[in-house]
Design a protein around this ligand. Structure first.
Ligand code: GLC
Length: 552
């Protein structure tokens, strides 16, 4: 049984509602065998570090066998560990080590697509059109006299088309298959009961190994309307956009919820029930269904992550997200960073409204990010987020104040967004550069050798060993904030207080206040016992771009 963080051994079935979940991107966390890729034993070796953060759970991005065509979100085998990252025994050891210190574990389930190296897809390619093997995916004949044109004009998230044509062993072109992401990620056919059954087996496989929760990748995409005639892309808008009524042929269809109701019955077979969080690109009005107690229980909201540095934007975002979560009787999820976006310390160092892709394409030169300002705001935003009711998701390295690496040279970029879009979008590699654990060494303590993405010389300034125990460091601020949150967390209520225009001020029901000054001018600090501040206070003044927690 997992010891509760409080030291008791009773399991609270609602532990997830206000949990802090730390996202580990395994190949960039810690490399135990000097091959340049982070691995599971590397994570196990850092469990004390995770414990020192006082996080409630760790979410592992995919660690399954994969060609890494999309950073592991192209899964060859859902019930195994990539040999470069370890073994199932290493996974069990990691679960045991985390549970020993009271940290729970989420794994990432990628149900929309497998990789093209999955044994099912290889069998499908070897089998004839119309065969049972092909029915596990979405194969269609092409248009044109010789089937040389894709079945329709639907674009993919990563590139020009969501269809790729197959080639037979003798080189003859054949049918086309659907992939909403990269060609190496063929979409599974969720109209096929065999696909449903296989994912239930996968969920049980990991739940039986002690996994506490699941992050469900692209949860809104599984069901598709492929009836003909296909709707031309102009009539359904871009594939990456969503309507609010479930009428889109590819996104957020109502039938997808049948899947998650079944998954819930599987989660509820366990004690305590396994939990889940949907990554669902659905508008707030439709997100609640994924997050309901009958389905996955929680759904990410990404609004805070998209919010500009602006008091009104933050407050409105928080109000919308809290209302959305309440409507489905779930709790809100908050996040400022993940493996798909520019790191928060860089985003907030750029003027509001900066086109982040253009910024990355300019290698971070236009405009130049104000690193000190970005870090100051990121620290303030983190404290604001951690004071909110609901769960908070942190991305590895955020606790170091790590900026984006915007100037990775083109030849090292691995993101299919870059590779498939002919260099029009730089992609997400810059937030996936391995963590600096030590101020020096070949890969700043990440491993004994190099790293799979180059780490810039300035990474050493952010190293764990430089910040560990250093008063005022971002790492120590995160630790103090997470400890304080754990001590003060109570019900999910929140009360707003009105301050100056540039201030976002609220309290929780036990007198815990969070006060963020988004402006540049100091704001008067209300009366109370100061608990923590993201920057030094000036007497009774809260300086600009600062959050202070106090107790009344
Ligand atoms: C999710 C993941 C992203 C991945 C995509 C396809 O959005 O977060 O990293 O590329 O799904 O699996």
């Amino acid at each position: 049984m997992i010891p509760e963080p409080s030291g008791t051994t009773s399991i609270d079935p609602h532990w997830w509602r206000q949990a802090v979940v730390y996202q580990v991107y395994p190949r960039s966390f810690a490399d135990s065998n000097a091959d340049g890729l982070g691995d599971l034993p590397g994570i196990t070796g850092r469990v004390q570090y995770l414990r020192s953060l006082s996080v409630d759970a760790v979410w592992l991005s995919p660690f399954y066998p994969s060609a890494l065509a999309d950073g592991g979100y192209d899964v060859d085998n859902y019930r195994d560990v990539d040999p470069r990252l370890g073994t199932l025994a290493d996974f069990d050891a990691l679960v045991a080590a985390l549970h020993d210190v009271g940290i729970r574990i989420f794994v990432d389930i990628v149900p929309n697509h497998s990789s093209d190296r999955h044994e099912w897809f290889r069998a499908a390619l070897d089998a004839a059109p119309g065969s049972a093997e092909r029915e596990r995916y979405i194969f269609r004949d092409g248009r044109g006299d010789h089937g040389e044109l894709p079945p329709n004009d639907w674009p993919g998230h990563f590139g020009p088309s969501s269809w790729t044509r197959t080639t037979g062993p003798d080189g003859t072109p054949g049918q086309w298959y659907l992939h909403l992401f990269a060609p190496e990620q063929p979409d599974l056919n969720w109209d096929n009961p065999e696909v449903h059954a296989d994912f239930i087996t996968t969920l049980r496989f990991w739940a039986d190994r002690g996994v506490d929760g699941f992050r469900v990748d692209a949860a809104h995409l599984l069901k598709k309307d492929l009836s003909e005639p296909y709707r031309p892309v102009e009539t359904i808008s871009e594939v990456s956009r969503y309507p609010t009524d479930g009428s889109h042929p590819l996104l957020d269809r109502d039938e997808v919820h049948d899947i998650y109701r079944t998954w819930r019955s599987v989660f509820d077979e366990y004690s305590p029930p396994r939990v889940a969080v949907a990554e669902a690109g659905a508008p707030p009005s439709r997100r609640g269904r994924y997050a309901s107690a009958e389905e996955l229980g929680q759904a990410f909201n990404f609004e805070l992550l998209e919010a500009q540095w602006d008091a009104r934007d933050f407050r409105e975002t928080i109000e919308t997200c809290l209302a959305t979560a309440r409507a489905s009787d779930s709790s809100s999820t908050w996040t400022l960073s993940n493996h798909d976006v520019v790191r928060v310390a860089s985003r907030f160092g750029l003027p509001n409204g900066t086109d982040l892709n253009q910024w990355l394409l300019s290698a971070g030169t236009e405009p130049v990010a104000d690193a000190a300002r970005g870090l100051r705001r990121a620290r303030a935003a983190m404290m604001l987020m951690l004071a909110l009711p609901g769960s908070a998701y942190l991305f590895q390295g955020e606790e170091l104040g790590l900026p984006e690496v915007p100037d990775l040279p083109p030849e090292v970029l691995r993101d299919p967004i870059w590779l498939r879009d002919a260099g029009a979008r730089k992609g997400r590699d810059g937030c996936r550069v391995p963590l600096p654990w030590a101020a020096d060494g070949p890969s700043f303590g990440f491993g004994a050798n190099g790293a799979h993405l180059p780490m810039p010389a300035w990474f050493g300034d952010y190293a764990v060993d430089k910040q560990d125990g250093a008063g005022g460091s971002t790492l120590e601020l995160y630790r103090a904030a997470l400890r304080t949150r754990r001590a003060l967390q109570s019900t999910e209520s929140l009360e707003w207080h009105e301050g100056p225009d540039d201030v976002v001020w609220f309290s929780r029901d036990n007198g815990w206040h969070s006060f963020t000054n988004f402006g540049l001018e100091p704001a008067a600090l209300p009366a109370g016992e100061v608990l923590l501040s993201s920057a030094a206070l000036h007497g009774q003044q809260v300086p600009g771009e600062t959050t202070v927690w106090f107790r009344v």
